[in-house]
Design a protein around this ligand. Structure first.
Ligand code: IVH
Length: 699
């Protein structure tokens, strides 16, 4: 939507605005602020590139708000500040869609696709059809109407004919442009369809934070997106970090009321390009034009794997006849278009029996009920243990001991229990009792009224100490090789470890005498522990296990400090000035250091020789993202040369192989891949990925 020159100009303008010391509420300043904010929304959502920090963005946004407040005549309808309507939406009016929101027919295998292709060819009367194949996003569908370039309405699908008017909420989504330049394509009224989703990483982070704050966690991104669109408060909608992906133009006319579907708009691909040019997030980078069922099958195969790493949940792919003229010839039934078909990936659900529930104490004292189920294979792994989140989750789902439960696993996301099968109950099922006391130290559990999580607030609780020590040594923290969960638990039982600093004074002679330990393994453990003394500062910060502080916050904090002791003296005001650190995180850090024993721990660690400083060389250190992984590239590469690919693998600690074998972890597939791809498809353990996925791995 923004040309390279415009982007450069807007980056300059951003810089100027950020350096500005005096602000006047005149139309030029306000208009500049608006343009710059819209530009950065576009960069973030459409380009997926954040060009300014959240801190600078928030600054510009608050300036605009302030100037508009000072001079209300300068407020325009499409100002980014109007995304969050001030009032609360009481309830939703119903609205009739310009064209019915049909659903899609489902297919599950090659035979279904061949049948679909044959039917389309019959209807169109041509021997060759071009299809556009794209992901089927698993979110909540929406329809947006723009008139004279302005967003005038957003609606949920509803019953397909009538939906709920959620315009105010849609305006809270920065990825939905309030104005879009459709007129440059001769369009004066348009209805477009898409999906509102929450990215997986955003969802997981949101849930982690909710869990730590004792709030109820959400079940999955789809339900959360759908529920969030119906929230009464647009401000809250904004906080949910929903995004909209637009994949279909269902209606378009010019200023004389002429339908443009067959004149200006040529193909589905063309429509997607127009949407992209108008500033929408589209599936343009994920789709492929295919000229045969074989090509479609190859692409589906790639996505069946790719979707595991894709940051958005998908439940299949959608095949669409690309030409709009041909779509028109196919027509629709009252339920679905005959020119499109959903291809559903194999279901990743299974049934199992709930055997018992264990109550685990986390490192911050939160009690999590964990279901132990009869082991069941699901999407390549055997599942025997699943979190039940909290007491309310168990009550809401009415899950009982001995119930048959449905387990679901979407991609790489942790499995979860969808519910129990009530009709299979025999009457012998037992209600799950939540404990009143800590299962580890027997301290009475507490639960503040507004929180969903029960906690043990005994800082010396053995289970918490155990979890804190496991966390301290773990991969994302001090990364101590050889000191995994089971060894920490064993050492705690043997009283080798009673607190974190004991890690650095283990009785190696005694360990050598233990069963299962030899000279080599003890030396390796000792080496792992010694090496960890030299870890960068952010790892030590993360290792402390401060509530709400994870890897990225630890990195942010470390980059603002000379050493760990500075952190122990900072107040909430200083902390909240760091971008990405909000008042809750800041308070949690201050609370952590107000406990003297935590500060003492740091002095002990320093005395032992653990690095507590922010060193320059850490910022320059090499990456090991692909360590232990093997790669092979096949087909003609479009995004990088073979030499560059080799360099990227090696620079990141990976290894290149020259042929397909069970030792291969990743086959990166370019255009027109041949026998290597066919061979790799037969070996389950090989992950087949495309060039973009590879680039993401080394990003
Ligand atoms: S096209 C008339 N494309 O799947 C055709 N739908 O089960 C309009 N969906 O209601 C739909 N991703 O909510 C289309 N790339 C995609 C999609 C997609 C997800 C949803 C959509 C639809 C449902 C049908």
């Amino acid at each position: 939507m923004f040309s390279i020159e415009e982007q450069q100009h807007l980056l300059q303008l951003t810089k100027k605005l950020l350096e500005k010391s005096e602000w006047q509420a005149n139309s030029e300043t306000v208009s500049n602020l608006r343009t710059v904010i819209k530009f950065h929304d576009w960069c973030y959502y459409v380009l997926s590139e954040q060009k300014i920090t959240d801190f600078d963005y928030d600054f510009l946004f608050s300036k605009l708000k302030e100037l508009e407040k000072f001079n209300p005549t300068l407020v325009t309808e499409d100002s980014p500040t109007q995304r969050v309507a001030r009032g609360l939406t009481e309830n939703f009016e119903t609205v009739t869609h310009l064209t019915s929101m049909l659903s899609l027919e489902n297919s599950y295998n090659e035979a279904d696709l061949l049948e679909f292709d044959r039917r389309v060819k019959d209807l169109v009367g041509e021997a060759q059809i071009q299809y556009c194949v794209e992901p089927k996003f698993d979110g909540a569908s929406i329809a947006l109407v723009y008139e004279n370039n302005r967003l005038v309405r957003a609606a949920t699908r509803g019953d397909g004919t009538v939906g709920e008017d959620i315009t105010n909420n849609a305006k809270a989504l920065a990825s939905i442009p309030l104005t879009a330049n459709f007129s440059s394509f001769g369009i004066s009224k348009i209805e477009i369809r898409g999906e509102v989703i929450i990215k997986r990483d955003v969802f997981e982070k949101m849930n982690e934070q909710r869990a730590v704050l004792g709030e109820k966690t959400f079940q999955n991104p789809r339900n959360t997106a759908s529920g969030s669109l119906r929230l009464k408060n647009p401000e809250e909608v904004r906080n949910r970090r929903l995004e909209a992906i637009l994949y279909h133009v269902s209606f378009a006319e010019d200023s004389n009321g002429n339908n443009l579907a067959l004149s200006t708009l040529k193909s589905h691909y063309h429509c997607i390009e127009i949407l992209m040019n108008c500033g929408f997030v589209t599936p343009l980078h994920e789709l492929k034009l295919c000229n045969s069922v074989q090509e479609i099958l190859n692409f589906l195969h790639i996505w069946n794997e790719k979707r595991n790493h894709f940051n958005i949940d998908t439940d299949g792919m959608v095949l669409k006849v690309n030409s709009l003229a041909q779509q028109n010839k196919c027509g629709s039934t009252s339920h679905h278009p005959r020119w499109a078909m959903a291809y559903k990936f194999a279901a990743k659900r299974a049934e199992s029996k709930l055997l018992k529930v264990e109550f685990q104490v986390g490192r911050t004292g939160a009690i999590t009920p964990v279901a132990k189920i009869e082991p069941v294979p699901l999407a390549g792994v055997t599942i025997s243990s699943i979190s039940l989140h909290n007491e309310d989750f168990i009550k809401e789902k009415d899950i009982r001991l001995c119930d048959t439960v449905i387990v679901e696993r979407a991609g790489e996301v942790i499995p979860y229990i969808v519910g129990s099968v009530k009709k299979l109950r025999t009457g012998k099922e037992i209600f799950i009792e939540f404990p009143k006391n800590c299962p580890s130290c027997n301290t009475p559990l507490v639960k503040p009224e507004e929180e969903a999580v029960w906690r043990c607030d005994n800082a010396d609780c053995p289970a918490q100490t155990e979890e804190r020590t496991i966390h301290f040594a773990s991969k994302d923290a001090m990364d101590i090789e050889g000191l995994g969960r089971s060894i920490v638990i064993d050492f705690i039982e043997r009283k080798f470890i009673q607190n974190i600093e004991n890690i650095y004074s283990l009785p190696y002679q005694e360990i050598l005498d233990l069963e299962g330990w030899g000279k080599k393994s003890v030396e390796n453990l000792q080496a792992g522990i010694e090496t960890s003394k030299n870890q960068p500062l952010w790892r030590l910060i993360n290792a402390l296990g401060i509530r709400l502080v994870g890897v990225s916050t630890s990195k942010d904090l470390a980059s603002h400090l000379n050493n760990i002791f500075e952190l122990s003296e900072k107040n909430t005001e200083w902390l909240t000035n760091i971008e990405g650190i909000g008042p809750k995180v800041a308070q949690s850090i201050v609370d952590f250091f107000s406990n003297k024993s935590n500060v003492e721990l740091l002095h002990h660690l320093k005395a032992i020789g653990v690095n507590t400083e922010n060193r320059v060389e850490d910022a320059l250190s090499k990456n090991n993202k692909l360590e232990g992984k093997t790669f092979l590239f096949t087909g003609s590469l479009q995004k990088f040369t073979r030499d560059r690919a080799k360099q990227l693998v090696e620079e990141n600690g990976g290894k290149l192989l020259s042929s397909v074998s069970a030792n291969l972890n990743f086959l990166v597939v370019g255009k027109d891949a041949g026998s290597k791809l066919t061979k790799a498809q037969k070996i389950d353990s090989i992950q087949i990925i495309d060039e973009d996925s590879f680039l993401k791995m080394v990003e």
